[in-house]
Design a protein around this ligand. Structure first.
Ligand SMILES: Nc1ncnc2c1ncn2[C@@H]1O[C@H](COP(=O)(O)OP(=O)(O)OP(=O)(O)O)[C@@H](O)[C@H]1O
Ligand SMILES: [Mg+2]
Length: 492
């Protein structure tokens, strides 16, 4: 019997039944009961509450005593019947038996167009002296990475505006690269250069665990006018560990918001090591056992959860540049190791180059982009290989060349490397204010590669490299001019 054929009363009863079932479902799914608990202990960074039914990741408000405002805190674990909370701010006003109330939601931030040009803290509050952005909508900072099978392959290069990278370590749209460097070797300057010249639509820059002094320096000196199409998220080293962790996730959620609108986003995080250290602090505080170098297992679980969220997606893309601190040049330190295995390539900045005032201090031979074959033309790729070969040959004989013990004519590749060294060096060095495009970088690289044949009799077809500038007869001797170029014998 169709509904039309049923008696009218039966139809009404069935509709009421449907409505009641729906209301029942909605009531069951909603969180109407107020869930309270009481603070029983506060040990180090962790507040323990009894009687509080809340999920991991849920935000609870711990009421402040004597006029202090409520303190938001996140559920980070459980011990027996007690809930472990970590405050997302100062702990003033939390005392014995203070009430903790579950809010039913995870940590969320407001994301919208009005975030562009703003500097905010890890919890989304403005720190640039301007009023809070009120547009947009709340978005959880926790999200799953896009479905792996829905991610388009990376095929297009994104200009970084740094010659050494665009031509020799190219970055695809939606690729994720690690920048491995010690302190003070030019990470912030490099990120600033990229933010100013990249062809990405929006920059999202997370400064995690930076010194407070450096933030203004980065925003004003390194970023400059690029701030207009950037969002900067800052959690300085004095912030609670949970806020430093949140800054990394907040930045990723903001990048995802712009990506979902179909934009190509450049997400830069300085540094993932400080994020890992913050996660270690949280892990140790809630009783996780330390594993490798004191890092707790949750650190290694969180890293892929953070780093896998960038990349390509069905619409838009997030290109990710993540810096990793490798002090003491220990590239096998556990965080460096873990990050390298997750990302699609790495850029290495070395102290030797920085000491020699060779900026950006990119060690091309140690840097690898796993997608070079996909994002540059075969000619540029071949030219890059030819130039890398020269650099490797020079490096191998560097000591001999430096003391004048290398006999010219012994090895044609080394001869070419010595002769072309000044040109390669000019190509690799770049001042922070010097803006270039990837196309210019390609052409300069092709020019160098075209000259390899002049010295070795092999190399890419000259046709692939038009208009090379007239070559100097040989490398001039370096007399104190350029400290990065060791003294070379005059081959003329
Ligand atoms: N392209 C460049 N040209 C000239 N000098 C540069 C360049 N890049 C970096 N420098 C020099 O290196 C110094 C340190 O750079 P920067 O602050 O970017 O390093 P960092 O790795 O971010 O340091 P920290 O680890 O302290 O954050 C700068 O003050 C600047 O003098
Ligand atoms: Mg820096």
């Amino acid at each position: 019997m169709t509904p039309e054929e049923q008696a009218p009363d039966a139809v009404v009863v069935s509709e009421i039944g449907d409505t009641l079932r729906h209301v029942g479902n909605v009531l069951r799914a909603s969180d109407l009961a107020r869930r309270h608990g009481r603070v029983s202990d506060l040990i180090g960074l962790v507040v323990e509450a009894t009687g509080l039914q809340a999920e991991v990741g849920e935000i609870c408000m711990v009421n402040g005593d004597r006029g202090h405002p409520p303190v938001p805190a996140e559920v980070v674990g459980f011990r027996g019947a007690r809930t472990l909370l970590m405050p997302l701010g100062e702990m003033h006003g939390i005392g014995p038996a203070t009430t903790a109330r579950a809010t039913g939601t995870p940590f969320r931030i407001r994301v919208g167009e009005d975030l562009l040009g703003r500097v905010i803290d890890g919890l989304g509050k403005p720190i640039d002296g301007m009023p809070r952005a009120t547009g947009g909508r709340p978005r959880s900072t926790i999200a799953s990475p896009p479905d792996p099978l829905e991610r388009p392959r990376i095929q297009q290069r994104v200009d970084l505006g740094v010659r050494a990278l665009d031509a020799l370590v190219p970055c695809g749209r939606g690729q994720r690269l690690g920048i491995f460097a010690g302190s003070g070797v030019g990470k912030s300057s490099l990120l600033g250069m990229i933010a100013r010249s990249t062809t990405a639509d929006v920059n999202v820059i997370a400064l995690v665990g930076e010194r407070g002094r450096e933030v203004k320096e980065f925003v004003e000196r390194d970023l400059g006018d690029a701030l207009a199409h950037s969002v900067v998220i800052v959690a300085t080293s004095d912030q609670p560990a949970l806020v430093r962790i949140k800054a990394a996730f907040t930045a990723t959620a903001i990048a995802e918001h712009f990506r979902d609108q179909g934009r190509n986003v450049m997400l830069m995080m300085d540094s993932v090591t400080r994020f890992a250290m913050a996660q270690r602090e949280v892990g140790l505080a809630i009783g996780e056992p330390p594993a490798t170098r004191g890092y707790t297992p949750s650190v290694f679980a969180q890293l892929p959860r953070l780093l896998e969220r960038s990349g390509t997606a069905r619409v838009g893309s997030i290109t990710g540049l993540y810096t990793v601190l490798v002090d003491g040049d220990d590239m096998n330190e556990p965080i460096a190791d873990a990050v390298r295995s997750i990302l699609d390539g790495h850029i290495v900045l070395t102290r030797e180059l920085a000491h020699a005032s060779h900026y950006p201090a990119i060690d091309v031979l140690q840097s690898v982009s796993r997608l070079v074959g996909e994002v540059v033309s075969p000619e540029v790729r071949a030219a890059g290989q030819a130039v890398r070969q020269l650099m490797a040959a020079y490096k191998e004989k560097e000591d001999l060349i430096a003391i004048g013990a290398y006999q010219s004519g012994t090895d044609p590749t080394v001869d070419a490397a010595i002769a072309l060294r000044p040109q390669i060096d000019r190509f690799l060095r770049q001042g922070v204010e010097e803006l270039t495009t990837a196309a210019e970088a390609d052409q300069l690289l092709l020019d160098i590669a075209a000259r390899v044949g002049e010295h070795t009799g092999v190399g890419p077809e000259p046709a692939a490299a038009p208009a090379a500038p007239p070559p100097p007869a040989a490398a001039p001797p370096q007399g104190g001019g350029n400290p990065a170029i060791p003294a070379m014998p005059n081959l003329a």
